[in-house]
Design a protein around this ligand. Structure first.
Ligand SMILES: C[S@@+](CC[C@H](N)C(=O)[O-])C[C@H]1O[C@@H](n2cnc3c(N)ncnc32)[C@H](O)[C@@H]1O
Length: 209
């Protein structure tokens, strides 16, 4: 699987996640990012053109070396400073409370231990800092859910560990985030099994005394 995961999947992600229909969604989810930002699952930098230009910096977390290489052109014309600062969302190399915002787009489906990753995002966000997200996950309808459960093993194999049945709002709430805005909808341009989207932002809780 090494060659497929290292050399093929990042290119498939670049092509499939780079389709034109994703752009309005990327624009929506990036609106309101501010200050110091951590992006989990940076991929090939497809969000870079949609970052607000006045961000202080973006710390990109991405395991795939090829994804980072494919981002080069986008990074070269971006007014925002972006560093590849980490390789695993499950263990972030940052101090507590060090970011104002976090960004995750179609990544919570793939990180193996998503609970650990959300704990880490919560830790590195300052209290009140916001996680902006758009993710596909468990559909609202039982009929679609049935197919998601059936197809998930295939999806995980061909799409680099991508799950179809994660309940994104529940995961965020269980991790202690306060969901401030949430839009759940089917993306019209994709089959419903991969097109049940949750888009919004959630705030990290106040610091414990
Ligand atoms: C479907 S892609 C989405 C990429 C990008 N966010 C986008 O919107 O185009 C999922 C991404 O999660 C990354 N990923 C997988 N495991 C990860 C982990 N443990 N920590 C951070 N990112 C991870 C993959 O390498 C891949 O780039």
């Amino acid at each position: 699987m090494g060659f497929y995961i290292d050399r093929i999947v990042p290119r498939l992600v670049d092509i499939s996640c780079g389709l034109k229909f994703t752009e309005p969604t990327r624009r929506r989810v990036c609106a309101g990012l501010h200050g110091r930002v951590v992006e989990i699952g940076f991929g090939s930098g497809l969000n870079v053109p949609f970052y607000p230009p006045d961000l202080d910096s973006v710390s990109a977390v991405e395991p795939a070396d090829l994804g980072w290489k494919l981002a080069a052109k986008r990074l070269s014309v971006s007014p925002v400073t972006v560093d590849r600062a980490g390789v695993d969302g499950q263990s972030l190399p940052f101090l507590d409370n060090s970011f104002d915002s976090a960004l995750s787009t179609w990544t919570m489906c793939t990180i193996p231990d998503i609970d650990a990753a959300l704990r880490e995002v919560r830790r590195v966000l300052r209290p009140g800092g916001t996680l902006h997200f758009v993710e596909h996950g468990l559909a609202p309808d039982a009929g679609v859910q049935k197919w998601q459960h059936r197809l998930e093993p295939i999806q995980k194999t061909v799409a680099g560990g991508c799950h179809l049945t994660r309940d994104i709002p529940a995961l965020l709430t269980d991790a202690g985030f306060d969901i401030r805005e949430l839009d759940v909808f089917y993306e019209k341009s994709t089959p419903k099994v991969v097109g049940a989207y949750s888009l919004g932002y959630a705030a990290a809780p106040p610091a414990r005394l």
